[in-house]
Design a protein around this ligand. Structure first.
Ligand SMILES: [Ca+2]
Length: 353
């Protein structure tokens, strides 16, 4: 049995007992992929779209004569590094009108401090941060970046209540982007089972349908297996759901020159992201996998960065696998075959414009 799970953060965020409960055994998938992902990318995915086309995509999205899209970002910021960089994407993308940021999984108050500080230093203090239920007393080095930060506080309203209230206030307008375990989305559904009818879309970094890069079998993905019961409720709720699974995200890792482009911009945002990146680094050759940013990109320009988006019937089994089953599953749009270089040009362009 392949019981390997994708731990989406520092390994020591989980105690051994917690890791065992979450199905994390053996080396981290991200570590296993280092050194092999490049070859897989070259051999399997040869989609190369020029930087010019990426710029065109960004310009086309921004040039639309439409109001910015209302979004809520549900995040476990402070674990893996991609959440902070995904929040940076949200804040710098002119096509979004962020209604709020909600915080899920583990030490949610500490995670919320990071989101609040990032909003403060980038001048987005009008965007509320709502905290979800605390599920563990974990610690991450990124927490230290904001441990004494008090200039901007989260709102008192719990995250699930916030999601339900805003979905009711703006029916059919909000895209809920969930890039962490699904406790807050599940809690919102417990309060409002008809939430799916109020949302425009739900776009999650979630699941593993066929296999991650460099593997041959599916694995339980962290955002599902970390709260499997909650994920089962959410996948069964009939949301207008699109997922970006590990099948795609494990093919997209940050290159040194791309990190340098962001660092050299030297804005309050990019300086903060570089600082958090250094706190996250485990070794000089650590590389960020851009799991969560791909879900944000799919929200910004639907379909632009994936070669295939089939609608599959997906359910979550008791071990946290996302399985295809016509009878048990609900229809989910699954983003496959990422256009890595086009996405990266687009994404770095948004962070540095
Ligand atoms: Ca995340």
């Amino acid at each position: 049995m392949n019981a390997l799970s994708q731990r989406r953060g520092r390994r020591f965020s989980l105690s051994p007992a917690e890791g065992e409960r979450a199905g994390v055994r053996g080396p981290l998938l991200a570590n296993a992929l280092r050194g092999s992902g490049k070859g897989v990318m070259a051999s399997v995915f040869r989609f190369t779209i020029s930087a010019a086309l990426a710029s065109f995509l960004m310009g086309a999205a921004l040039a639309k004569d439409e109001p910015p899209s209302k979004i809520i970002l549900d995040t476990d910021i402070g674990g893996d590094i991609d959440d902070a960089w995904a929040l940076g994407f949200v804040l710098n993308y002119a096509g979004f009108d962020p209604v709020g940021v909600t915080i899920c999984d583990g030490n949610t108050p500490a995670r919320a401090n990071i989101a609040c500080k990032l909003l403060h230093v980038t001048g987005h203090t009008n965007i509320p941060v709502a905290v979800g239920r605390k599920t563990r007393d974990d610690f991450s080095p990124q927490f230290s970046w904001a441990e004494d930060f008090t200039a901007l506080k989260p709102i008192a309203q719990p995250a699930a209540d916030f999601i339900v209230e805003k979905a009711r206030k703006y029916p059919g307008e909000i895209t809920l982007i969930a890039i962490g375990p699904l406790q807050n989305v599940a809690d919102a559904l417990r309060k409002e089972p008809g939430l799916g009818k109020s949302l425009k879309r739900a776009v999650f970094m979630s699941g593993c349908v066929y296999h991650p890069a460099g593997q041959t079998n599916p694995v339980p993905e962290w955002n599902v297996v970390a709260a499997t019961k909650d994920a089962q409720l959410v996948y069964g709720a009939g949301l207008p759901l699109t997922i970006v699974p590990l099948d795609s995200t494990t093919l997209v890792q940050l290159k040194t020159d791309e990190r340098e482009r962001v660092r050299k911009r030297d804005s309050p945002l990019t300086s903060s992201l570089e600082c958090l990146y250094r706190l996250w680094l485990e070794s000089p050759d650590s590389r960020m996998t851009l799991h969560d940013q791909l879900a944000v990109a799919e929200t910004a320009t639907p379909g632009a960065f994936f070669g295939q988006r089939p609608v599959l019937h997906i359910y979550v089994d008791d071990r946290g696998f996302t399985r295809i089953d016509e009878q048990k599953g609900k229809p989910v749009t699954v983003c496959l075959q990422p256009r890595r270089d086009a996405f990266m040009d687009y994404y770095v362009g948004v962070l540095t414009h």
